[in-house]
Design a protein around this ligand. Structure first.
Ligand SMILES: Nc1ncnc2c1ncn2[C@@H]1O[C@H](COP(=O)(O)OP(=O)(O)O)[C@@H](O)[C@H]1O
Ligand SMILES: [Mg+2]
Length: 293
């Protein structure tokens, strides 16, 4: 299987290149190609991680299917690609999906079951997360009494900003905000219960939704290591940060070499690449219940 840092298809220009995905416009559909790019501290590193794109795509397909009775998703297919993309089947296979093109909602739908990351920061300074009052005395990585919906803006560059439910409602409308909150909490809870049985804590995750002919559709990626915090339950120890499931080797390496966290990112040594690749594959194996082939 080839490593892919960036798609280069002669004569074809992507509509967008995100941090991880290259997106081609097919009219009423999109071709979304998950590359092997890895970003750390919001900066894309020059070294790709073999298998990462396939893990993201196959794991997303797994969750979309598992949860399709809760909400329709954007997937149309992931094995056949329309001309002229059929010529590039070798590069696309396993890492790409043809999806319905929707109008993405301008919010990130984050659900948290644990206090971590920007949620912990928010709680430490305000005693709340996104304006939601919480019990006093919570520590970093503690489990919340119940999962909470903590939306964020979709920043075009850099860091997303946590917002209140009312602010989200002003961006998408109150009815729709209530609907995405309910569905986000439902799919988070089902996924978290599923993951917990397999020894993985789903601490939090980010969903995206889009509209098509007034229908609400789950888009983008689903419950991957890139969009979620996975913590091995066996090593869970609250009252402090948890090691990142997938990026711990990369982060440790970057801290050791004292990279200033400004572009350009440094190349990763082979042992860091291999360890990171193994973690992505492990996430797939544990959650999907089979080896990535
Ligand atoms: N079905 C869809 N319809 C419209 N836009 C989509 C759909 N699925 C995903 N997207 C958009 O495609 C992009 C995915 O590329 P990605 O590399 O994840 O970008 P980012 O750097 O913004 O995370 C996101 O901007 C996402 O909102
Ligand atoms: Mg993304």
């Amino acid at each position: 299987m080839r490593v892919l840092r960036e798609t280069q298809f002669a004569g074809l220009t992507p509509a967008a290149r995100g941090k991880v995905r290259d997106i081609y416009d097919l009219g009423d559909k999109l071709l979304i190609v998950a590359t092997d790019r890895l970003s750390a501290f919001d900066i894309i590193l020059p070294t790709p991680i073999p298998d990462k794109g396939r893990v993201l795509t196959q794991l997303s397909l797994f969750w979309f299917r598992l949860l399709e009775d809760a909400i329709p998703n954007h997937v149309l297919g992931a094995t056949d690609f329309p001309p002229p993309f059929d010529k590039f089947k070798d590069e696309l296979a396993g890492r790409s999906m043809v999806v319905r093109k929707t109008q993405p909602l301008p919010i990130e739908c984050v659900v948290r079951g644990y206090v971590s990351g920007s949620g912990w920061k928010d709680y430490r300074t305000t005693g709340k997360i996104c304006g939601i009052p919480l019990p006093t005395g919570l520590s970093e990585s503690d489990r919340l009494p119940e999962p909470i919906f903590t939306p964020a803006t979709k920043a075009l560059s850099g860091h997303d900003e946590n917002i209140s439910f009312d602010r989200a409602a002003s961006l998408v409308g109150k009815e729709l905000a209530k609907k995405v909150r309910a569905v986000s909490l439902e799919i988070y809870s089902r996924a978290a219960a599923y993951a917990e049985q397999r020894g993985i804590i789903l601490a939090d995750t980010k969903f995206e939704f889009g509209l098509l002919h007034n229908e609400l559709i789950w888009i983008d990626e689903a419950l991957t290591p890139d969009s979620s915090r996975f913590w091995p339950a066996a090593h869970y120890s609250p009252r402090g940060p948890q090691a990142s499931f997938d990026k711990q080797f990369v982060r440790d390496y970057l801290e050791r070499m004292q990279w200033p966290k400004t572009p350009p990112g440094p190349e990763l040594p082979p042992e860091v690449v291999e360890a990171t690749r193994a973690k992505y594959r492990e996430a797939y194996r544990i959650l999907a219940g089979r080896e990535l082939d």
